[in-house]
Design a protein around this ligand. Structure first.
Ligand code: KG4
Ligand code: ZN
Length: 337
């Protein structure tokens, strides 16, 4: 057994606890538990922060015990605790950070804290070797960010969303079509039956910047929906969502292509919940072949929020001896650079 890192993520509506074994910079997942609150928030059509915090409190201890059980270890076997300190919902983050600090204090286990986005950037490390530098595209419910990663802890943000994140746009479009929450997986499935050329939405490319903007696209879908009667709408839902999904992917592809060229990079990591999308995965694979670049997209279970990525990112802080103390406070807004 190498270095055992306990990972904890409670940044949004998933409570995740993992144990990762690190040996010679190779990451082996020993246990990985993700408890989704999607069912709870579904009836509200989105996340209710107060409820999310309370749910984290209810499940964090049993999940931690289960993670140790699954790994067949005891708490004293843990060498390092890595916790996500932000960005995210502050009430949710407080639960994970307080829990991590308590165990660290009582059991005298070193504590490190990481940015949730760093986690996404390292989310495919347990399944494949990734060299540096690389361009990272993080597409999740809260973020759409392009970042240059020169080494662990050395990041330069090139662009991010100015309004809705890509995943947020999926969730909002699903909501306005009455498709439930979260919207990404439903739209992904329905789009397979739809015609992505049927409705031509304007591509929000925003010239001369790596920033994104998806709120206008959401409004364009809303206006289209309002212009249809209910029978028309029912019939067209697969085509609407397929056209919407392709629009988002076209923009992501174009920006990434520009960024790779401008930065002279030949390696790309795409991660975050939206990277679980099947059309996105196929089209990025095509792009990588066209541009002859090395592409890394984690398997879907590591695209969406998980604590494995928090364990992995935490290793690099441990390696640099950048520890956190009992005074660690989570932060709702936290950038990478
Ligand atoms: O990374 P993640 O689990 O949480 C955040 O850090 O935000 O991402 C969640 C987002 C949600 O907006 C969800 O709708 C989206 O990822 N998502 C997808 C798919 N699976 C999850 N979007 C498109 N296609 C999917 N298959
Ligand atoms: Zn995330």
């Amino acid at each position: 057994m190498g270095l055992l890192i306990l990972g904890i993520d409670t940044s949004c509506d998933d409570t995740s606890v993992s144990v990762v074994d690190v040996e010679k910079e190779r990451f082996t997942v020993v246990s990985n538990i993700v408890s989704s609150q999607a069912e709870v928030h579904k009836k509200f059509g989105g996340i209710v922060p107060e409820i999310a915090s309370r749910k984290h409190i209810e499940v964090i201890l049993p999940l931690f015990m289960q993670a140790l059980d699954d790994a067949n270890i005891r708490i004293d076997d843990i060498d390092v605790i890595s916790v996500c300190k932000g960005p995210g919902l502050i009430g949710s983050l407080i639960v994970g950070c307080s829990f991590a600090k308590s165990i660290s204090y009582v059991k005298k286990i070193p504590l490190v804290s990481v940015n949730h986005l760093e986690g996404h950037l390292f989310s495919s490390f347990p399944v494949e070797k990734v060299e540096f530098p690389f361009l990272g595209l993080i597409v999740s419910g809260g973020h759409t960010t392009i970042v240059r990663v020169d080494a662990p802890l050395r990041y330069r943000e090139l662009g991010k969303t100015r309004d809705d994140a890509a995943g947020e746009a999926f969730d909002k479009v699903a909501k306005l079509l009455g498709l439930g929450y979260p919207g990404g997986p439903v739209i992904d499935e329905l789009s397979k039956k739809g015609d992505r050329e049927k409705f031509r939405f304007t591509r929000p490319y925003l010239p001369d910047t790596f920033d994104f903007s998806f709120s206008g696209l959401k409004t364009a879908v809303l206006n289209l929906v309002k212009s249809m009667d209910s029978d028309d709408l029912k019939e067209n839902i697969p085509d609407i969502v397929a056209s919407f999904q392709s629009t988002v992917i076209d923009v992501l592809l174009k920006k990434v292509q520009w960024a790779l060229k401008k930065e002279g990079l030949k390696r790309l990591m795409v991660s975050g919940g939206v990277a679980a999308n099947s059309e996105l995965r196929n089209r990025f694979k095509e792009l990588s072949e066209e541009m002859d670049i090395e592409l890394h997209i984690p398997p879907p279970r590591y695209c969406t929020d998980n604590a494995v990525m928090i364990s992995v990112a935490g290793y690099f802080y441990y390696r640099e001896k950048m520890f956190s103390g009992i005074d660690l406070n989570p932060v709702a807004y936290l950038s990478l650079s």
